[in-house]
Design a protein around this ligand. Structure first.
Ligand SMILES: [Zn+2]
Length: 381
């Protein structure tokens, strides 16, 4: 018993020494070699900023190939100084006409028209907005239509409807104003009569309606701006808003609608194509959704060629130095370049270069067709 135990103990010690001799030196070297990596922790999504090693010809375009119209810009109560600066900046990038969607209504609109168009009648367009102050007083829709008519007499050339319409805008009783609410029929009919377009923002990117989890494509934007989330407890589902919106388009076939931000179908161009096929009065802008097109360059190219009469150039938040991404995406075949706003897209984008005829339509011809009163002579044939 005793001797057997001694032998077993001896063998265990021998094996242990043998193993130590073999493994120790190896693990020591491996540890040494791996030390720099192992000391690092896994970076957070904000910390990880890989630099691309791709070497490829780049075409950084500072100025659009043709003069263009930005159908989607916002300038609230601009000062004369701001307008002067804008025109100077616009000239540097070939931005011929800027559409200010934030004109307001009544006196505010008059002032915005005066400060922008009063100085540069050919360089600016101002859209009116609805006031909801008297939403709960009977006859609201007809009053808005009348106010809009007056705004157009005062220089407005279109109506912009902001995103609270259909989501946060509610009647005094708490009921949400639906996008296709009949109360507003008079307003949309008035737009047809006045031959002015309605640029309408309905819903938000569909990811904002999805759970804010590690699978959400807009996780980072929702972290930065939690208020942009559209949880089901407080908001109708994305699809409900789409249904209401499409019903609105169907109800007013003589009214031209420009659905802002590719109608939030930039991630499903086939669906957007079907929308165009169903409603001849529907157009879209590409404002702030360039990354959607830039991540699917082949599809984006074919889509723009097929629906070249329905898509308009727009930027949304004004920053003169950010337009160049639009030029580069639309005019070149550059590959895998960084986008300007990480919260919209943590992916890189690709140019989808469209033919000049298509480019001219997106840049200005479609806007000239829809927005009354822009001097076409400032643009090439
Ligand atoms: Zn906007």
């Amino acid at each position: 018993m005793n001797s057997r135990r001694t032998i077993t103990l001896f063998s265990i010690i021998c094996v242990a020494i043998f193993a130590a001799l073999i493994v120790w030196p190896r693990s020591a070297t491996t540890q040494q070699e791996q030390a720099p990596q192992e000391k690092q922790q896994t970076p957070t999504i904000d910390e990880y900023q890989p630099k691309s090693t791709l070497v490829i010809t780049e075409h950084k375009i500072e100025r659009a190939k043709f003069p263009f119209i930005d159908i989607h810009s916002h300038h609230w109560n601009p000062t004369p100084e701001e307008v002067e600066r804008l025109v100077k900046e616009m000239d540097t990038i070939n931005l011929r006409v800027m559409v200010n969607l934030s004109g307001g209504t009544g006196e505010e609109l008059k002032k915005t028209v005066a400060v922008m168009k009063g100085r540069y009648p050919d360089r600016f367009v101002v859209f009116a907005n609805m006031s909801y102050d008297d939403l709960n007083t009977p006859g609201f829709g007809k009053r808005v239509a009348a106010r809009l008519e007056q705004d157009v007499r005062n220089g407005a050339q279109g109506l912009k409807i902001f995103k609270n319409f259909g989501m946060d805008l509610k009647y005094a009783g708490g009921e949400r104003v639906h996008v296709d609410d009949p109360e507003f029929d008079a307003v949309f009919e008035k737009c047809a009569e006045l031959k002015i377009p309605v640029l309408i923002h309905v819903a938000e990117p569909s990811a904002f309606f999805d759970p804010w989890d590690y699978h959400n494509e807009r996780w980072q934007e929702l972290k930065e701006f939690p208020g942009r989330a559209r949880p089901p407890a407080r908001y109708p589902p994305f699809e409900t808003l789409m249904t209401e919106r499409n019903h609105l388009f169907a109800k007013h076939p003589k009214t031209n609608f420009i659905a802002a931000h590719l109608g939030f179908h930039g991630n499903d161009l086939e669906r957007l194509g079907k929308l165009f096929d169903s409603y001849a009065n529907v157009y879209v802008d590409i404002a702030a959704v360039l990354a959607e097109l830039g991540r699917q360059p082949y599809s984006a190219h074919d889509f723009l060629v097929k629906y070249q009469d329905r898509v308009l150039m727009g930027k949304d938040i004004y920053e003169v130095n950010e337009y160049k991404w639009y030029f580069r995406a639309l005019e070149t075949r550059d590959e895998y370049f960084e986008y300007y706003r990480k919260r919209h897209a943590f992916w890189r984008i690709y140019g989808f270069q469209v033919p000049d005829e298509v480019l001219k339509k997106v840049y200005y011809k479609n806007a000239l067709k829809l927005v009354p009163g822009i001097d076409a002579k400032a643009f090439p044939e």
